[in-house]
Design a protein around this ligand. Structure first.
Ligand code: ADP
Length: 432
């Protein structure tokens, strides 16, 4: 797992995380439907009223959290995210409603018993300052009565897992750690008894943006390995989009405004509240969720070193494109050629025209492709195979088309849902 940390050192945006994970469970480009997995936690009309007579902090919330997914609860401050999270492990007792955990009604069991099955990570994780890192990580195993040897083995394993060398860190104290390291220890501590479920309340909220980004990437990699069921609270929509297999956008009283995959929410916010909350740039963010390999790439005019100028000119004229792509002797993209270049007879073609630099592989996201396009002299990105040979050209029109299609598909999805709900409502209405 040391690879996890070294690799992630330079990772500064979501795309790096995606590439590293290659569409892992919380990858932005995943065709997996999180709701195909069985339900791990079922909240059934769970309500919390702190002050009798006042508005509920959480109003009759019914929600399924599926095995192995990261479900992000996101919404404005005070909308009830933390309360909802704490209801799940009964740090707060619900006023009414039931909590079903892996098929078992846990609403009335001993909360300590429940909490052993649920890891909990919070902002400024509250490590015990007078305990070493190893003692902190071993908190739950000690409570569970594990012997010293087993606890030690598990602690070292976990420190390793979160990218902290046990020999270097196990005997240190929390104050000797940076914010990011402390947060990793917090994650290790929550994972100690290998709970199937983790609750995370703004876990990366207290660190600087670069560290946060790195911790998020590490965490996604870790999750690809440990595959926990995770409920993750944040007020930051970008973090939600990056971390969530699904996102529940909450309005006041923890009412679900929209619950779906990030891709679908970005493509089709159901109302003004969601639209405002997502903010600008949702279309661009949405491009993180599609891969170049999913595109239907039209033919593009290419020439080789042995193509004559005459043939090249004819090819360009016959095409709708302003540029020809010249491949080198090994079939790799070399240069862009337009009619000015073709008219320049002072040098051979393979010495004229801008060098092709904007290359993307098939597993790149459309966001990567767009970035490549913007930097390309020809305004288009060239797709290459792993060995660098030419595979196709992506143009802006194709991206526009894909964006339109994403929106349309998401809209149809919601229309179908609505129709199903209406017919459900009318049939139950007629049966009553
Ligand atoms: P969020 O996590 O979305 O910021 P919270 O769950 O912390 O929201 O709070 C939801 C609402 O419940 C807020 O109006 C908050 O003031 C209220 N609240 C939270 N905790 C308590 C408490 N212990 N006693 C009374 N009211 C509370």
């Amino acid at each position: 797992m040391s690879e996890m940390t070294t690799d992630s050192m330079g990772a500064t945006d979501a795309t790096d995380a995606i590439d590293a994970m290659d569409a892992g469970p919380a990858g932005m480009v995943s065709d997996r439907d999180p709701t195909d997995a069985p339900v791990m936690i079922h909240l059934d009309g769970v309500e919390k009223i702190y002050t009798p007579g006042a508005d509920p902090a959480v109003e009759k919330l019914t929600l399924d959290i599926h095995k192995g997914e990261i479900l992000v609860l996101v919404g404005p401050s005070g909308c009830g995210k933390s309360t909802t999270l704490r209801l799940i492990n009964r740090m707060i007792e619900p006023t009414s409603g039931r909590i079903i955990f892996d098929g078992e009604d846990v609403t009335d069991i001993d909360p300590n018993e429940l909490r052993r099955r649920i890891g909990y990570v919070i902002q400024r994780i509250g490590l015990f300052p007078h305990q070493t890192i190893a003692e902190n990580v071993g908190t739950v195993p000690r409570l569970l009565g594990w012997d010293a040897k087993r606890t030690r083995t598990r602690t070292d394993e976990l420190l390793d897992l979160v990218g902290l060398d046990p020999s270097e860190y196990r005997d240190r104290y929390p104050k000797e750690l940076s914010g990011g390291q402390a947060q990793r220890v917090g994650v290790a501590r929550a994972l100690a008894a290998d709970p199937p479920v983790m609750l995370m309340d703004e876990p990366f909220g207290a660190v600087d943006p670069i560290t946060r980004d790195r911790l998020q990437n590490e965490f996604l990699r870790l999750q690809a390995e440990v595959q926990k069921t995770i409920v993750f609270v944040t007020h930051d929509i970008d973090e939600a989009v990056k971390m969530g297999d699904r996102i529940a956008i909450l309005r006041e009283r923890s009412i679900v405004a929209q619950l779906d995959t990030p891709a679908r929410i970005l493509a089709y916010p159901v109302d003004d509240f969601v639209d405002d909350f997502i903010g600008s740039g949702s279309t661009l963010k949405g491009l993180h969720f599609e891969r170049v390999s999913g595109l239907d790439i039209p033919e593009y005019p290419v020439v080789r070193r042995d193509t004559s100028r005459e043939d090249a000119r004819r090819l360009l004229e016959a095409s709708d494109n302003r540029w020809l792509l010249l491949l080198d002797e090994r079939g790799r993209p070399a240069r862009w050629l337009n009619d000015t270049h073709l008219a320049d007879t002072s040098r051979p073609l393979h010495e004229i025209g801008p060098v092709v630099r904007a290359l993307v592989e098939r597993n790149a996201t459309l966001h990567d492709a767009l970035e490549a396009m913007i930097t390309s002299s020809a305004g288009q990105a060239v797709i290459v195979e792993r060995d660098g040979t030419y595979a196709g050209v992506v143009q802006i029109e194709l991206l526009t088309e894909v964006i339109g299609r994403m929106r349309q598909e998401a809209r149809k999805h919601y229309e179908r849902l609505e129709a199903a709900q209406e017919s459900g409502a009318s049939s139950s209405g007629s049966g009553a």
